[in-house]
Design a protein around this ligand. Sequence first.
Ligand SMILES: NC(=O)c1ccc[n+]([C@@H]2O[C@H](COP(=O)([O-])OP(=O)(O)OC[C@H]3O[C@@H](n4cnc5c(N)ncnc54)[C@H](O)[C@@H]3O)[C@@H](O)[C@H]2O)c1
Length: 331
Amino acid sequence: MFGSGKVMIGLAGCGYWGRNLARNLYQMGHLAAVVDPSAKALKEVKKSYKGVRTGSDFDSLLEDGKIKAVALAVPAAQHYALAKKALKAGKDVFVEKPLALKVPEAEELVLLARRTKRILMVGHILEYHPAILKLKEFVDQGELGELHYVYSNRVNLGKVRQEENILWSFAPHDISVILLLMGQLPEWASTSGQHYLQHEIADVTMTCLAFPGRPRAHIFVSWLHPFKEQKLVVIGSRKMAVFDDVIKDGKLKIFDKGIEWKDGQPVIRQTAESTLFFPEMEPLREELAHFVDCVRTRKAPRTDGANGLRVLRVLDACQRSIDSGGQPVRI
Ligand SMILES: NC(=O)c1ccc[n+]([C@@H]2O[C@H](COP(=O)([O-])OP(=O)(O)OC[C@H]3O[C@@H](n4cnc5c(N)ncnc54)[C@H](O)[C@@H]3O)[C@@H](O)[C@H]2O)c1
């Protein structure tokens, strides 16, 4: 079914991140209503977005026949319940990462979306970042050679959360990109985590993901760190790539470097460094445009429920590893 007219979307949750969704959806002409129990959040919406209905009742989005889809930017603990309710009410659903907190809940959402023929998309935003898409193209074309290892650092001072630890707050991004580049699930995960600021809520975690064969990925996330870094480094048998999302220009670089063996000795090979250019696009805008396109054309989103479930399986294994003191957990 190809819908005619504008796809109208109801947004639930207009806090720190939901504000960005509201701005983009409004600018794109798709924002019909915003619900949030916070009067302060709604006041901002009323002031900035004329003609957008506001309220505190989530069900009012589901009862509105003009609203075709809902976007959820509520705390992760509510993703499952609200997504389920929305799918059952016949709405297409965009849900922020992570899809749910428990694997069986995410499995249920994936099945429910399939059964009700609704679109279910997860906000793994980096999969819509033009630099990541370029990097993926490079990897798939074999430009880097065989992937040896990847590491991803996502560290900053703040934003400290009380409802979830750093792993669940930051690492879904790193995991989704790593799964995209590797094209498969890891066999096992081991994560060490420690808390310093709050009881039992890890501020820093270090994860190792082991993929079939030799590829490895390392993820370091922290909200207790003196400066911001969002850096992904990919080491291949032919070349190496660095994606630095904090710098403004030259975010994606390819290094034609490596180690070669000459007369039984390791010798550094170091030639050109090149910066890859990609179209300047706001990843969130790309992500939401993709969602709207999927709602219209009924095609499965690139980051559909199954994709969100894969990321959740890895997160779940990492959390179980933290709980067992860093023991490897099979996925
Ligand atoms: N993609 C990204 O880069 C990114 C970045 C930050 C947060 N997030 C995700 O966005 C979601 C929200 O995070 P945040 O940082 O904005 O949190 P937040 O606490 O700042 O905002 C959450 C908002 O949801 C509202 N809310 C709570 N229950 C609700 C309900 N039942 N119905 C409607 N509104 C409700 C709260 O009042 C609050 O305004 C989380 O899932 C988080 O993982 C994604």
